[in-house]
Design a protein around this ligand. Structure first.
Ligand SMILES: [Fe+2]
Ligand SMILES: [Fe+2]
Length: 194
């Protein structure tokens, strides 16, 4: 179902346009349209899927110092990784902002909060956003196309496992590696998730 069919989408897009760069807005809309195309098949609420995708990167264009400052102000607990790499806070900050400013469900809050790293026990909406963020159709790298194919030809679980394996491998190359992604992968491999 197109995202514009949700009654709040128009107003949300206005907010996003004021806040995000053109490239980020484009990625956001692609993520939302893509997630909304498969969320109902997973039994997810369409409105929840749209709002989670639209706001997942709401803080992504903020400067690192501003992220740290806002996280302190909002009393978001920060890990050593997040203190070293404030970009890792953009999910938690967006989730907190949405909780305060919009009427969101716990599932939406969790999905936005953990969309960068995943975590063991992550709910289905969070899992679906994790895949959609990685594989939305404007992502041109070959692994994104592979994930889209797995979702089309195999099933969601296969696409999720593939996405997590790739994202974990990419994280390993980074200066700061958040341990939640490895724990998420282990959880999936040992039978966690839908
Ligand atoms: Fe993000
Ligand atoms: Fe994103």
């Amino acid at each position: 179902m197109p995202i514009i069919q949700e009654p709040t989408t128009k107003a949300y897009l206005k907010l996003l346009r004021e806040r995000l760069s053109d490239a980020r807005l484009s990625h956001t809309v692609f993520t939302a349209e893509y997630l909304s195309s498969f969320a109902p098949d997973l039994g997810l609420n369409h409105g929840d899927a749209v709002v989670a995708a639209l706001f997942h990167d709401f803080y992504r264009d903020c400067a690192p110092e501003a992220m740290l400052q806002d996280a302190r102000q909002l009393r978001i607990p920060m890990s050593d990784c997040q203190l070293e790499e404030p970009l890792l806070l953009h999910g938690p900050l967006a989730a907190e902002w949405c909780r305060r400013e919009l009427e969101i469900s716990e599932a939406v809050y969790e999905a936005i909060y953990w969309h960068t790293t995943g975590r063991p026990g992550l709910g289905l909406l969070g899992q679906a956003l994790y895949v959609a963020d990685f594989a939305e159709p404007s992502r041109r790298f070959p692994e994104a196309e592979q994930a889209r194919q797995l979702l089309r030809r195999e099933n969601f679980r296969t696409a999720l496992l593939f996405t997590t394996e790739i994202r974990h491998a990419v994280n390993q190359q980074k200066k700061v590696t958040d341990p939640n992604t490895e724990a998420f992968l282990l959880w999936l491999k040992t039978g966690g998730a839908a």
